[in-house]
Design a protein around this ligand. Structure first.
Ligand code: PLP
Length: 380
């Protein structure tokens, strides 16, 4: 099997599997809210995990909220912030190339009378910063909502420029950042990055599904999405899962340890595939300066889904548009919004890599693409 669909999800690493199996023991199964010793030890372990995750992300322990996934993080941050901070203004600035987890929240806000300004995005996947500057001088803006690494193309947000523009022109505006596809793939230091809220997902970094983290900077107030017993500073009620928090910690720790080697490996695979595919007249849609873990490519003559299923015959797994919307048989809105023409976008396939992929797999992939092209030419 060649699994080039790591931006959709990853398989749990051995270290994560070992942690999960260990955490199934009775001694870790108490409720962190219980007053007896099982509860106290679970609470202590939970706090240690929070501290470790915070350290790895450049944050403080009390800024880390464990969630079920990044979609929950986006909902909590965007909706929770806007609902809590009515005096901050009724305007949000974002782009139409965000993940649906953010876009659906923004659409709900619009239906409730908020204004959302969507900045145009170029072929490089980056928002137009002159439009951002203009928008900031027009009216008070409560929130920015951006993605650090786009899940379909790998394009990287010019975060430093955006943060300095905010600091200079509208210092009270808060920033929500979706860092799902950046986690473990580029350095993350939340205090240095100077964002106010940021979401992450465990299953994209070889943890398990059902675990995520939302960072909320100290001093930033949000209304919780989930009400109840007031766990996690009241920001996310519900009995904390030590098992899932530990599974996130283990995956993050491993991702950080292996980040440099992993980046080098992805860069080599990406460079090789870009070259080989371009020679085969495929159109490379990921920008040159994208993170190398994602390579979006359009195969002339093959609709996205056709190519996906042709590759699947050889046990090669890729995505068409992002996994959550791929069943809807749509052409990628991210590519269309970035100015890719509909015909090219309709043939786009996303290859996404992890540290477990190899150059041998990349070579086999190219061999199979050749076989598919040949079969297709014969049928024509
Ligand atoms: N944001 C981005 C950029 C993503 O790629 C994804 C998942 O594909 C999400 C948010 C949602 O993450 P989750 O599956 O943890 O809800």
């Amino acid at each position: 099997m060649i699994y080039f669909d790591n931006s959709a999800t990853t398989f749990p690493s051995d270290r994560v599997r070992a942690v999960i199996s260990d955490m199934m023991k009775d001694e870790y199964s108490g409720n962190p809210g219980s007053l007896h010793k099982l509860g106290v030890s679970a609470d202590k372990a939970y706090g240690e995990t929070q501290a470790k995750v915070a350290k790895l992300l450049g944050a403080s322990s009390d800024e880390i909220i464990f969630t079920s996934c990044a979609t929950e993080g986006a909902n909590t941050a965007i909706r929770g912030f806007m609902s809590r901070n009515s005096r901050a203004g009724r305007r949000v600035i974002s782009t139409r190339t965000e993940h649906k987890a953010s876009l659906e929240c923004l659409s709900l806000l619009e239906k409730s009378g908020y204004e959302v300004v969507y900045l145009p995005v170029g072929r490089d996947g980056k928002p137009d910063l002159s439009e951002l500057e203009k928008a900031l001088t027009e009216e008070k803006t409560a929130l920015f909502c951006f993605t650090l690494v786009n899940n379909e193309t790998g394009s990287i947000l010019p975060l430093d420029q955006i943060v300095s523009m905010r600091n200079k022109l509208s210092p009270d505006t808060k920033i929500y950042l979706d860092a799902v596809q950046a986690l473990g793939k580029m350095p993350i230091d939340l205090h240095k990055m100077n964002v106010d809220m940021c979401s992450f997902s465990g299953h994209k970094i070889h943890s398990v599904k059902g675990t995520g983290v939302l960072y909320v900077k100290n001093g930033v107030r949000i209304d919780p999405l989930i009400l109840g017993g007031g766990q996690q500073k009241g920001m996310r009620s519900g009995t904390q899962s030590l098992l899932l928090a530990k599974a996130f910690e283990a995956a993050l720790e491993e991702a950080v340890e292996t980040m440099d080697d992993s980046h080098g490996n992805a860069a080599k695979i990406n460079e090789y595939l870009r070259k080989e595919l371009a020679e085969r007249k495929a159109v490379i849609l990921s920008p040159e300066d994208a993170l190398p873990y994602v390579l979006n490519v359009s195969f002339e003559g093959f609709e996205s889904e056709t190519m996906l299923h042709c590759l699947e015959i050889y046990d090669i797994f890729v995505s068409t548009v992002s996994a959550c919307s791929s069943k809807a048989k749509k052409v990628s809105y991210v590519l269309l919004e970035s100015g890719v023409d509909r015909k090219t976008a309709a043939n786009a396939v996303r290859l996404s890599f992890s540290r477990y992929n190899s150059m041998e797999e990349a070579e086999q992939f190219i061999q199979k693409v050749d076989v598919i092209y040949d079969l297709y030419a014969v049928r024509k």
